[in-house]
Ligand binder design. Structure first.
Ligand SMILES: [Zn+2]
Length: 191
């Protein structure tokens, strides 16, 4: 669906409504207005994950709270108040364990998204979004062919990249047309 324009610029024509106003998906997602309308989220390449900085912050917060428990326990032991000693110790242990679970979970999410990033990027980067008929397509049918709704597109990218489980519940009913991605380089490596 690409035609050479007068000055060599490639014009993208929507296969659905023949409009030439389609915008590259990465551009749409970088657009603040699209973010406000939820469009950037509907076309998102991957799940949002907490950054390393966020995880560090969560760790520090957890350790501070565990520290409060330790201080309580110490105070209880010193002051001969066993309830404080036991409660403080319990609080410290629970918060410590909870923090480790949360921070490790965040690390696993980051690793999962990083592992699927090249695959997600390959399917996502070449796609265009047509506002006229709200469809997503790849000019020339590479790396995938056909026309998808934003929901189908997100499901395709996330499923192929291994983020399928991260999709919200409403995606359960979203069906992909058979044979996508079928363009060069697009191979289904799962059932
Ligand atoms: Zn269109």
């Amino acid at each position: 669906m690409t035609t050479e324009g007068a000055r060599g610029a490639v014009e993208v024509i929507c296969p659905g409504c023949a409009s030439d106003g389609a915008q590259a998906v990465p551009e749409v997602c970088a657009d603040h207005a699209a973010g406000r309308e939820g469009l950037a989220d509907r076309l998102a390449r991957s799940p949002g994950v907490p950054s390393r900085f966020d995880s560090c912050l969560h760790f520090v917060e957890g350790m501070l709270m565990a520290g409060v428990g330790v201080a309580l326990a110490y105070g209880g032991v010193d002051g001969g108040r066993p309830l404080f000693a036991v409660g403080g110790s319990l609080l410290a242990v629970l918060v410590f364990a909870g923090t480790i679970v949360v921070v490790r979970g965040e690390g696993r999410e980051r690793a999962l998204v990083a592992a699927g990033a090249p695959r997600a990027d390959a399917l996502w980067r070449s796609a265009y979004y047509c506002a006229g008929c709200a469809s997503v397509f790849c000019p020339g049918g590479t790396p995938w062919q056909g026309r998808l709704t934003p929901e189908q597109f997100k499901k395709l990218v996330w499923t192929e990249a291994g983020y399928g489980k991260q999709l919200e519940e409403r995606f359960t009913d979203v069906e992909l047309p058979p044979g996508i991605p079928a363009g060069p380089g697009g191979s289904r490596d799962h059932a």
